[in-house]
Design a protein around this ligand. Structure first.
Ligand code: F6P
Length: 547
């Protein structure tokens, strides 16, 4: 599509943004009693409400024109056709194939992967069942009570987030734990609570070279050998990787090694054998429901018209805030304690995908790309950083995630949780004017002097945008939908920004330097002379302050 179409779509959006600037979203609600119906979309028992953004039908029309100018439909088709959309690595990004249970062919770069995908999934499920049923045991013949996934980034955040989210479904299986950090405290603190003779380790690493994972796996192995003997290693370790050659070198028995493919990006790998710890924790049936949820959204994303397409709308609203209104951050606040790790999971999904400064062709991007993503569960966040979100000088769009009913929590608690979430999104939207603040203070019986002095502190600008994702309950299928929605949202934004969301070259430099520094840090006699002054100074300070 010619650049001029993109440029004029962007220009029209900028002009439109200045036209809307003086308006306040609360007046939009006052003027349009159907605003909620007009600016919300349902997907079965799943609702996306975006009526609290300061947008109009014209905003959506102009954003759709931008998506059209960027060829979103054909880029989406290429993604789902398994083409090599990851152009810097020459790979497809076909994680959707892992959750497509329809039985149709699943072409990835021209090769139908369906049989291979199904065979690997069956292997994962058979292993998960055997562990859950106690048919696979540790060295002493005892069933496993605990599974420790050793991995980092995409080989940790997905299964860790999902295992916590679906904890009510983890009945009858071993407990799942996740060790990621190279800080030895992570492994030590986790193992301090466990009985090694009843613990299964899963070493999860797409590349099987990641420093943190290799260090933690080696330490875990040493502990198993020390406690149970060398022969126990085969019984207490399994692995998940695309690099089966490297796993073999580590010494894990081939029948306990589960593979996936280089066309599954690390941060998109939860659907693959990387979900093994989750499959063991919640069982294959619940894992399958999780896959179904992801596939529901794949169909919706491909078939729903743009103005009813939830991931497309989420992506385009993000573009509106980032590019037209200059908003640098995006908050994700689940009013759902079991989604406590969802913001951390999204940080990798969103920021590792769209934290880019060059286009797919390597040219500098013209405008801003991915925002800083952060979040904490509500209501906790309310008592921490919401002050800034309400009255700070930056406006941060928010996604609220909320269940209509709890799974096993007290109904009264859930009513409080639910009303807090709605109260917050209302407060962000409505705000409180100076006059309203004064009236409130007068009602409290304050003196006129106090009213004048305090009222400015009690003003809320409002007009602070939020979306609400409301689902019936946090079950496996809902979680699958949530994850896939955000995956496709991130993809939509990458299309608008013309960047490759499937590589992550930005993590390389730090990794290289860490490998170069490790021997210097470990050997007190190693020279720091070749290092920059700050790095050398910090190492020298450590040397003079140790033990
Ligand atoms: O941090 C960079 C990264 O490559 C992520 O993209 C990936 O999810 C993580 O490291 C872990 O990589 P691996 O699964 O290869 O150990």
């Amino acid at each position: 599509m010619p650049q001029t179409a993109v440029a004029s779509a962007l220009k029209a959006l900028d002009v439109h943004a200045s036209t809307l600037a003086p308006a306040h979203v609360r007046n939009f609600f006052a003027q349009d009693p159907d605003r909620f119906q007009n600016f919300s979309v349902s997907l079965d028992d799943f609702l996306f409400d975006f009526s609290k953004h300061k947008i109009t039908g014209e905003t959506l029309r102009l954003l759709a024109a931008l998506a059209e100018a960027r060829d979103l439909p054909s880029r989406r088709a290429a993604l789902f056709a398994g083409e090599a959309v990851n152009n810097t690595e020459g790979r497809a990004a076909m994680h959707m194939a892992l959750r497509d249970l329809s039985g149709r062919p699943l072409p990835v770069q021209g090769v139908d992967m369906r049989r291979e995908i199904e065979a690997e999934r069956e292997k994962v499920f058979a292993f998960a069942r055997a562990v859950r049923e106690g048919k696979l045991t540790g060295a002493g013949g005892l069933p496993f009570t605990d599974v420790v996934n050793i991995g980092i980034g995409g080989s940790d955040l997905g299964p860790a987030m999902a295992a916590r989210a679906l904890s009510p479904y983890a009945k009858g299986g071993p407990r799942a734990h996740f060790v990621a950090n190279v800080d030895g405290a992570d492994l030590s603190d986790t193992l301090a609570r466990l009985d090694l003779s009843r613990t299964l380790f899963i070493v999860s690493s797409k590349t099987f070279t990641t420093q943190e994972t290799m260090a933690n796996a080696a330490s875990a192995r040493a502990r198993v050998v020390a406690a149970l003997g060398e022969a126990a290693v085969g019984l207490h370790f399994a692995a998940v990787s695309t690099r089966l050659d490297k796993v073999a070198q580590f010494g894990i028995e081939p029948s306990r090694v589960f593979g996936f493919w280089d066309w599954v990006g690390g941060r998109y790998s939860l659907w693959s054998a990387i979900g093994l710890a989750l499959a063991i924790a919640v069982g294959p049936e619940n894992f399958t429901d999780f896959l179904r949820g992801g596939h529901d959204v794949d169909i919706h994303f491909q078939e729903a018209p743009l103005d009813k397409n939830i991931p497309a709308l989420m992506g385009l609203l993000g573009v509106w805030h980032r590019n037209m209104l200059g908003r640098a951050a995006h908050a994700v606040i689940p009013y759902d304690q079991r989604l406590a790790r969802f913001p951390a999971y999204l940080q990798q999904l969103d920021m590792e995908s769209n934290g880019k400064s060059v286009t797919r062709d390597g040219a500098l991007v013209a405008g801003a790309t991915g925002p800083i993503v952060f979040g904490e569960p509500g209501t906790n966040g309310q008592h921490a950083f919401f002050q800034l979100l309400h009255q700070g000088t930056d406006v941060t769009p928010i996604d609220f995630l909320l269940a209509a009913e709890p799974i096993d929590a007290d109904a009264h608690h859930h009513a409080l949780l639910f009303s807090n979430c709605l109260a917050q999104s209302e407060a962000f939207m409505r705000g409180r004017t100076l006059e309203e603040a004064k009236t409130l203070l007068r009602k409290e019986g304050r003196s006129e002097a106090d009213v004048e002095r305090l009222a400015p502190h009690k003003v809320f600008s409002g007009d602070r945008p939020s979306s609400t994702l409301l689902y019936r309950r946090l079950d496996p299928r809902t979680l699958g939908r949530l994850v896939a929605l955000y995956e496709h949202k991130v993809f939509v934004q990458s299309v608008i920004w013309d960047i490759n969301p499937f590589d992550q070259w930005g993590v390389e430099l730090g990794k290289e330097l860490a490998s170069r520094l490790a021997p210097i840090v470990e050997d007190d006699k190693a020279s720091t002379a070749a290092l920059d002054g700050s790095t050398a100074g910090l190492i020298d300070w450590r040397r003079s302050h140790q033990g």
